[in-house]
Ligand binder design. Structure first.
Ligand SMILES: *[C@@H]1O[C@H](CO)[C@@H](O)[C@H](O)[C@H]1NC(C)=O
Ligand SMILES: *[C@@H]1O[C@H](CO)[C@@H](O)[C@H](O)[C@H]1NC(C)=O
Ligand SMILES: *[C@@H]1O[C@H](CO)[C@@H](O)[C@H](O)[C@H]1NC(C)=O
Ligand SMILES: *[C@@H]1O[C@H](CO)[C@@H](O)[C@H](O)[C@H]1NC(C)=O
Length: 285
């Protein structure tokens, strides 16, 4: 084989690049080694309702089962496990409410929205007074990597994430609440194609349904924005002074098999049914 200076250069060049790549792999491995592994997750359950906790706790359980370390402030206790710590959050219980009262309270969309707005701000105020959470808010520093929480009307539940500048995931234990959709996703639904959560149709088809859907969306947005403005005025809170943080992801209790078709942003992960236990056989008696 004749000697070729070109070939030698190519071989030398190739081995030089292989070596460079090798060194790059080692350095990259050393740098990234630390960040690979379990997340330190802080979760706060602001809504003292059992059904909300059923779903939230299932999401947290699946995260801790997969090696992440979860610390959760919650009004309900299921017991500590490895990589899962519960801290009691004293909130006035919404369990065991009178059925007639409940229907009266939540039956009308506009009434429900104003009541829940006041309620969520009230729960946020209590949670933010909790010793550890207060410290977190004051220092703005934490060892956590991510915050998981829930929003029902007021975006006050994003305050801890804003102050600590951590990425946040919202857990929605129901289909999307239409009136908070624009604040959570940054874009509202089109009332001509997506039904309001409290509409009596899955998909608006006729002109009358589209019109009533539009009016329902309009009145519920008005009720939400007006009530929040009013409460900000009569009872101003520290979280009113910061721009609410938007979630990086939303885990929603929906599934395309059970829900009406609709467009969703790419950051919505549908995890419907994650809280369902696997069925047992009927016991022999
Ligand atoms: C808890 O987390 C640690 C560190 O991430 C991990 O080594 C350990 O296996 C986890 N324990 C369980 C039971 O998953
Ligand atoms: C998990 O979180 C708890 C509470 O924040 C902490 O005490 C513990 O050291 C953490 N465990 C690991 C393995 O990081
Ligand atoms: C779980 O651990 C936390 C922190 O160690 C403790 O405050 C809490 O009381 C424990 N919860 C239960 C139900 O044992
Ligand atoms: C808001 O909620 C608090 C606490 O439940 C209650 O005392 C207050 O009357 C409510 N305010 C309005 C305007 O509904």
């Amino acid at each position: 084989m004749p000697f070729s200076p070109f070939k030698v250069t190519v071989i030398m060049n190739t081995s030089f690049y292989t070596m460079k790549l090798f060194v790059y792999y080692i350095i990259a491995g050393l740098i990234t080694n630390k960040t690979v592994g379990a997340l330190q997750i802080l979760a706060i359950e602001y809504i003292p309702a059992r059904s909300h906790w059923n779903f939230m706790s299932a999401v947290l359980q699946s995260l801790s089962d997969n090696g992440h370390n979860v610390t959760v402030y919650t009004p309900f206790q299921a017991g500590n496990r490895s990589n899962y710590t519960e801290i009691n959050l004293e909130l006035p219980s919404n369990v065991g409410m009178d059925a007639i009262e409940t229907l009266k309270m939540f039956g009308k969309p506009t009434d429900m929205i104003t009541i829940v707005m006041n309620m969520t701000r009230y729960f946020c105020n209590i949670a933010h007074e909790q010793k550890d959470i207060r410290e977190l808010l004051n220092s703005g520093k934490s060892n956590y990597d991510i915050i998981i929480t829930e929003t029902a009307s007021s975006e006050c539940s994003s305050y801890v994430a804003s102050k600590t500048n951590l990425p946040m995931i919202y857990v929605v234990p129901s289909p999307m609440l239409t009136h908070i959709e624009h604040s959570v996703f940054g874009d509202g639904p089109n009332p001509a194609t997506v039904s309001h959560l409290m509409a009596n149709h899955a998909v608006p088809r006729t002109f009358a349904q589209r019109l009533s859907n539009f009016i329902l969306l309009g009145t519920s947005l008005f009720a939400l924005i007006y009530k929040e403005m009013e409460l900000k005025k009569i009872d101003p809170q520290p979280y009113d002074l910061v721009k609410p943080k938007k979630p990086s992801l939303v885990f929603m209790n929906t599934h395309y098999i059970t829900d009406a078709p609709r467009p969703l942003p790419a950051n919505v992960i549908q995890v419907g049914g994650i809280h369902l236990k696997s069925p047992n056989s009927i016991p022999n008696i």
